[in-house]
Design a protein around this ligand. Structure first.
Ligand code: ATP
Length: 517
């Protein structure tokens, strides 16, 4: 990802991370034990966002169409599944280690080859640090960069006590290769590292009991193809969709919830007729591939991602996975730069064919129109829930100047907003006002998620709700006791209207319904 692209995102990752922590959206996993790399916990506000993202996806993939069925398959599957799918033998990333003091591990395909020169660490006196003296080498594109690496890692690691350290270029050392972006160390030759996590089933820890935590939800759909097709009396084309946890022992989990070791996916396998069997004018696998890219792009835009922050990268032949005939990565301009948000792949009939071979079961489809059996082709849109949450948070994040103050507001689509309406009493020491506000909140909760809050002054309460994207805030004031009316303030326009307290539920519900379209 280029730095130029990263600059163009209107918000940096630290700002999002700190908002998430401050406002109960996302916390680092196992934080009191100094965390566990690649894990995050969703807080009370974050889990609502996540559920809403899942629901919005499920609605558009299942309820708003008539050609997709839902499924929830087990996370643990017979290990032969993963042999058949190719994950046991080929689901690996190239791993390299830095020979520098950080000893950090990298995905070699994430590190570009660059030209670097070796800089030798020279102490003023050999006695100050005999280890480093004249031996330690930092590979960097420039002396300035080498100095940065030195400050960040080498000084600390080598424990050099003499402050009068110099870096000296090693003559004739310039060469092209892969070097650590953290300490300038040379990277080892890449070696394959399988990303599947294993666990043991049953009381005996022998190899027969070893199972994998699924690295994708897709295989659950493939192994259930015949079950769903027969039980739901489906004809091609049709899809099977599911949402659930996946696990990958990522070499370098990083960038907050963008790449974690435990994450959630929303995937759909759309079974269709291979192109060569299609009659003229009939949609073939590549037509469905194009359809799903358009359909998924439209979903992201519908729920708030900006068109100009989305693009499709069509993989070239040498980038395609071995099972894939075509793949379009829907990329988003994340705070870390342009990166894959969702992948849409034409997986051909690879998976079903493999499962037929490994299970010995016939997974062919009988086509009554052609009076023939064949193995369907599959188009797969695969999206990460966590990555989607990060994308929605990014494009919703807005800073505005309101008079003298800076207002931070998450302009989330109303369907995704964690809390739909917050109710405040203007004066919390007036029991009649508090009671009226609490009653109203109780009433609202029957239709959508509403909260009552009186833990700060009104201005602060508004700001809190803005920061988590609550579309409506209602204030009960002294006058409300007289006229039975309250003030409703809309998040984005900050416009306020006065409405009868008995009309609030209907009003907000209607506004939420309109936003869904
Ligand atoms: P990447 O190239 O980023 O590792 P991938 O191409 O391996 O991703 P897929 O196997 O196509 O990803 O998975 C589909 C989607 O699942 C991705 O587009 C992404 O949204 C999500 N995803 C994959 N790996 C992770 C992860 N480690 N953490 C969070 N989300 C992930």
């Amino acid at each position: 990802m280029s730095e130029a692209a990263a600059e163009r995102c209107h918000v940096n990752l630290e700002t999002i991370v700190s908002l998430c922590k401050r406002r109960g959206i996302i916390f680092p996993g196992s934080e009191i034990y100094e965390g566990l790399a690649g894990t995050y916990d969703y807080g009370p506000i974050g889990i609502e966002l996540k559920r809403n993202v899942r629901d919005a996806w499920w609605r558009s993939m299942i309820y708003e169409r008539d050609d997709v069925e839902g499924l929830e398959s087990a996370i643990l599957m017979n290990p032969r599944t993963w042999k058949a799918s190719g994950h046991v033998d080929t689901f690996s990333d190239p791993l390299s280690d830095s020979l520098g003091p950080s000893r950090k591990r990298y995905r070699a395909d994430h590190i570009e080859e660059t030209e670097c020169t070796a800089y030798r660490v020279i102490n003023a006196t050999e006695e100050a640090n005999p280890v480093a003296y004249g031996k330690a080498e930092i590979w960097a594109g420039s002396k300035k960069k080498a100095k940065e690496f030195y400050e960040a890692y080498w000084k600390k690691h080598l424990g050099i006590t003499d402050e009068r350290v110099k870096l000296e270029e090693v003559e004739g050392s310039t060469r092209k290769g892969r070097f650590s972006p953290d300490d300038g160390g040379v990277l080892t030759e890449p070696r394959p590292f399988n990303l599947m996590l294993q666990t043991q089933l049953g009381p005996v820890a022998d190899s027969a009991a070893t199972v994998y935590l699924r690295p994708e939800t897709a295989q659950g759909m493939f192994v259930n193809f015949s079950n769903v097709q027969a039980s739901m009396r489906r004809k091609l084309p049709f899809g099977i969709a599911q949402n659930g946890k996946s696990f990958r022992n990522e070499i370098t989990p990083k960038n907050f919830i963008f790449r974690t070791r435990e994450f959630e996916q929303m995937e759909m396998e759309f079974f269709c007729k291979p192109g060569e069997l299609c009659r003229e004018g009939e949609r073939n696998d590549m037509d469905w591939f194009a359809h799903w890219i358009e359909y998924r792009l439209a979903w992201h835009i519908r729920y708030g991602l900006k068109k100009e922050h989305l693009r499709v990268h069509y993989q070239a032949a040498n980038e395609l996975a071995h099972y894939s005939k075509a793949c379009g990565d829907i990329e988003f301009l994340f705070p870390i730069g342009w990166n894959e948000l969702e992948g849409v792949a034409n997986r051909t009939n690879y998976d079903l064919k493999q499962h037929m071979e490994f299970s010995g079961k016939d997974l062919q489809y009988f086509d009554p129109e052609l009076n023939a059996h064949y193995i369907p082709y599959v188009i797969e849109p695969a999206l990460g829930v966590d990555r989607a949450c990060l994308a929605f948070l990014t494009d919703a994040y807005t800073e505005e100047q309101v008079k003298e103050d800076k207002r931070v507001v998450l302009k989330l689509h109303r369907d995704l907003a964690p809390i739909k309406c917050a109710v405040f009493p203007l004066l919390k020491n007036r029991p009649e006002i508090v009671a009226m506000a609490k009653n109203l909140c109780r009433d609202l909760k029957q239709s959508f998620y509403a909260v009552y809050d009186d833990t700060a002054a009104i201005g602060k309460l508004y700001r809190r709700q803005d920061e988590i994207g609550t579309p409506f805030c209602v204030t009960v004031d002294v006058e409300s006791l007289e006229d039975q009316a309250v003030t409703i303030r809309e998040r984005d326009s900050m416009q306020q209207i006065r409405l009868g307290v008995d009309k609030v539920r209907e009003y907000v519900a209607e506004e939420l319904r309109k936003a869904r379209g």
